[in-house]
Ligand binder design. Structure first.
Ligand code: DQA
Length: 144
């Protein structure tokens, strides 16, 4: 069986494509999933892409990634990035490496986005490259 990469997306990312396109671009989450799946095929990996507006789902999925022996988690926790001790603790609680991704560069935005509780637990962070942030994270995960 091919190693699996979980790609977990938090609140409001279901709106990609129409949500503040000047910040997040005009690609939808399905477009990003398609791009990742194409590249994953070449890398002999499987992508398991999910989105939820609920914090607990992200936590359950991080646990599930470990239980299923996923190779890595690519996580865009959306606004929970800046608020969720529980997501931080979930990342700390598993051995599965977690890569934090963002479409935008939170450090170049409002000050409330400058703290990342996800980034303080993640293996690394890729931010500011739009949909390419996800692809760069996949390239990193493939090398773990
Ligand atoms: C985001 C950045 C967060 O600050 C914001 O709350 C999001 C999207 C990004 O991908 O740029 O929902 O995670």
């Amino acid at each position: 069986m091919r190693p699996t990469i979980f790609v977990l997306n938090g609140p409001n990312l279901n709106l990609l494509g129409t949500r503040e396109p000047e910040i997040y671009g005009d690609e939808t989450l399905d477009d990003i999933a398609g791009q990742l799946e194409d590249r994953a095929r070449d890398l002999e990996l499987t992508i398991d892409m999910r989105q939820s507006n609920h914090e607990g789902h992200l936590i359950d999925w991080i646990h599930e990634a470990q239980a299923r022996g996923a190779k890595a988690v690519i996580l865009n926790a959306g606004a929970f990035t800046h608020t969720s001790v529980a997501v931080h603790d979930a990342i700390k609680g598993v051995k599965t490496p977690v890569i934090e991704v963002h479409l935008s560069n939170p450090h170049a935005r409002e000050s409330f986005r400058h703290v990342s509780l996800v980034g303080q637990a993640a293996k690394g962070t890729i931010a500011g490259f739009g949909a390419l942030s996800y692809m760069l994270a996949l390239e990193a995960a493939a090398r773990f």
